[in-house]
Design a protein around this ligand. Structure first.
Ligand SMILES: Cc1ncc(COP(=O)(O)O)c(C=O)c1O
Length: 392
């Protein structure tokens, strides 16, 4: 990255990330290099690009941009968020123990429980809102704390600085899944984390058109190990999707601002609705928002005073909010965790974790707020009618 650009602010670095010097065309945008292999000067020459699994100019430009935005030294782009998580697990060995937040993305938990356990890793899940819970769960063989903040779907917040202090005291690595907040809102490495993970399929891509993941670190030894995992396992991101992510990142700050403004207005509205039981939103519980999150982001979760089927009907009644899995795109999405993202968790366990049948998760997009509010109002009117009929 140009020395002058390196010193600029987040928004400028997001737009003017590294240029690709090899190109020579003065292209304003980073080109897509589809080449799988590169000519070398002599046998064994590894001074430049060799083979695209090792590195690729488009992916490299993206990785340098990601490192800069997360205040890290190195970043690696993967074929999905879960592929990035798998690379983190390659830092461990059979017999190691991990303490993770209990309100974890279901796919991450599935990888821990159904894949990593088979390789001899052990996991304990704790409520991450109390940092002491991490300390109390430490065993002799604990090597990694794994945190999401805000969590999915209950938007619990974890105090990264406090958990990092505990991790450092016990010589344990701290990894933070920063998918929901994005580096525009919070930068975990600055708060003491060792590894940042993104499902870039969400806000970094920003348009629901890629599946991608990323890891960012600030330590050369960790960087070397993760780079090894990237090229030895081969779950790197391809050039076209790298380019799409680079394009998405250029508007990340604009999108996050609008996502946040729209979500705050939706929360204000939900507070006035008698059918709404509880709202989950960063800062909503009256507690201080840790981690210097500069804005709340675009996720809003709430529970309705209605049963499983009625809530499903509510989610099907919106016309602007699309009923869909995933989140983080410009388009608003609505999700019923109990029958969608978290359906694979047995009901009792789900309920114990607070993921009740009445829970609805919104990924608030960047459409006009009035259209979003009208859409929710109309769906609530339909729900009211449904409940009246059911009661009569
Ligand atoms: C917080 C979080 N982390 C990780 C993932 C996994 O990412 P991907 O779907 O890109 O593999 C997701 C996906 O929904 C997620 O929400």
């Amino acid at each position: 990255m140009d020395e002058h650009i390196k010193k600029t602010r987040f928004e400028t670095r997001a737009i003017h990330g590294p240029k690709v010097p090899e190109d020579g065309t003065r292209s304003v945008t980073t080109p897509i290099y589809p080449s799988s292999t590169y000519g070398v000067e002599y046998p064994g020459d590894e001074s430049g690009y060799v083979y695209a699994r090792w590195s690729n100019p488009t992916r490299k430009a993206l990785e340098q941009t990601l490192a800069s935005l997360e205040n890290g030294s190195h970043a690696y782009a993967f074929s999905s968020g879960l592929a990035a998580l798998n690379a983190v697990l390659t830092l461990l060995k059979s017999g190691d123990h991990i303490v993770a937040v209990d309100d974890l993305y279901g796919g991450s938990m599935r990888q821990f429980e159904k894949v990593a356990r088979n390789f001899g890793l052990d996991f304990t899940y704790v409520d991450g809102r109390q940092p002491d819970n991490f300390e109390n769960a430490i065993k002799e063989n604990t090597r990694l704390f794994w945190v999401e903040t805000p969590t999915n779907p209950l938007l619990h917040l974890v105090d990264i600085e406090k958990v990092s202090a505990i991790a450092k005291e016990h010589n344990i690595l701290l990894g933070v899944d920063n998918t929901f907040a994005t580096p525009f809102i919070q930068q975990p490495l600055t708060l003491g984390a060792d590894i940042v993970l993104h499902s870039a399929s969400k806000y970094l891509g920003g348009h629901c058109d890629i599946i991608a993941g990323a890891l960012v670190v600030n330590d050369p030894t960790l960087a070397e190990k993760l780079y090894f995992a990237q090229y030895a396992v081969g779950a790197h991101l391809n050039p076209f999707e790298s380019w799409l992510m680079l394009r998405g990142i250029k508007t990340l700050h604009l999108r996050m601002e609008r996502h946040s403004v729209n979500s705050m207005k939706i929360v204000e509205f939900l507070e006035t609705v008698d059918l709404v039981d509880k709202i989950y939103y960063p800062g909503q519980d009256g507690n201080k928002v840790p981690n210097e999150m500069i804005m709340p982001g675009g996720m809003v979760t709430f529970s309705l005073k209605a049963d499983f089927d009625a809530v499903k009907q509510f989610c099907m009644a919106t016309k602007v909010f699309v009923l869909a899995e995933s989140l983080g795109g410009v388009e608003s999405l609505i999700n019923h965790p109990a029958s969608m993202t978290h359906a694979s968790i047995p009901k009792e366990e789900r309920e114990a974790r607070g993921i009740t049948d009445g829970l609805v998760r919104l990924s608030v997009g960047v459409e006009h707020i009035d259209d979003l509010l009208i859409d929710l109002r109309n769906a609530l009117t339909a729900l009211r009618k449904h409940l009246e009929v059911a009661a009569s």
